[in-house]
Design a protein around this ligand. Structure first.
Ligand code: AKB
Length: 319
């Protein structure tokens, strides 16, 4: 087990739950959370927290040395929809934050790195269904370009310098504990809040836009499983395709209606439709399943049940 683990981007949607799970497994003091902004009460109160700009190499190095860090989960990124509005800022954040960590690992200041990639590495010329691990990519978004370039750099640092870097191509991650920010798959979270508050939702993606999706608990499990896998089992050092379920807004609405029969959905696609149209509908993650035993737990109805219960609880607390 690592001396200490640093999570960069710990106040974000995945970072928050990842930090809490790592603290549960390895002990609160061992997991240092860091972000440019403070996080939820649960995150701030359960263990050490450092304010950190992931693009500031000096600051990152200082925290790595101060806490005797041996593993880093570098989760800070600008997601697809926001990145289209700020292309250069997204490129700088997404690339610099990765380079700093890869270089610290190359200098042997840290031993192991996790870096998230995304289904956004695929583009309009990629096969849409059962998208293979290795295929035409040609991403059409700034976010996707940064993730594809990042994957190539991860593989390069592994082959050239022996850096133990591990990565997953996350699908849309569905959760309620922390709000996501600036993604194209975010509709699938907003819909639950609106279904419970107003019994209706207007989707910014069209009715039949199916995308790969996953419940947060599965994503966290996959991330920790990959990081705990023996090095020889991690055969792909760019990034693994990772999948659980695939659904469209209409199918998600159907699952919600089983619990809230009055729920109504309308469709008003905006600029995010073009992003979604460039991504696969479902991807083939057999390499992750074969190499290090990945298995998902939640299907569409299981995810809906968890989301409705979780968001309902939150709304009660907020009242
Ligand atoms: C986004 O929508 O940008 C992200 C992703 C699929 O990487 N959730």
């Amino acid at each position: 087990m690592a001396t200490s683990i640093l999570v960069i981007g710990a106040s974000g949607q995945i970072g928050t739950e990842l930090t809490l799970k790592l603290r549960e497994i390895y002990g609160n003091k061992k997991i240092v959370a860091s972000d440019i902004r403070e996080g939820t009460e649960a995150l701030m109160e359960s263990g050490p927290f450092e304010v950190l700009d992931a693009t500031d190499l000096q600051a990152v190095t200082k925290i790595v040395e101060k806490h005797d860090i041996s593993e880093v989960y570098q989760m800070a990124a600008m997601l697809s929809a926001t990145a289209e509005k700020h292309p250069m800022k997204a490129w700088d954040l997404n690339m610099e934050s990765l380079f700093h960590i890869l270089n610290l690992a190359r200098e042997k200041k840290i031993k192991k790195v996790f870096w998230p990639s995304s289904i956004a590495v695929f583009g309009p010329n990629t096969p849409k269904n059962n998208t293979p691990q290795a295929t035409i990519m040609e991403p059409a978004t700034v976010y996707g370009i940064s993730k594809q370039a990042g994957e190539r750099w991860c593989d390069y640092f592994f082959k050239k310098y022996g850096v133990d870097v591990r990565s997953l191509r996350y699908p849309g991650i569905i959760s309620y504990k922390t709000q996501p920010g600036g993604g194209t798959t975010d509709y699938a979270i907003e819909i639950f809040h609106q279904a419970l508050k107003n019994k209706k939702y207007t989707s910014f993606l069209s009715e039949n836009t199916a995308l790969p999706m996953m419940y947060m608990d599965d994503a966290i499990q996959a991330t920790i499983d990959l990081m705990e896998a023996p090095a020889e089992k991690v055969k792909i050092r760019s990034s693994y395709n990772l999948a659980a379920i695939s659904f469209s807004p209409a199918e998600l609405a159907g699952s919600i209606k089983k619990h809230i029969s009055e729920f109504e959905i309308a469709y008003k696609p905006d600029f995010r439709q073009e992003i979604a149209d460039s991504w696969p509908s479902d991807i083939d993650d057999s390499r992750a399943r074969e190499d290090w035993g990945w298995k998902h737990k939640y299907n569409l109805d299981g995810l809906t049940k968890k989301m409705l219960a979780g968001v309902a609880e939150q709304l009660k607390i907020a009242e």
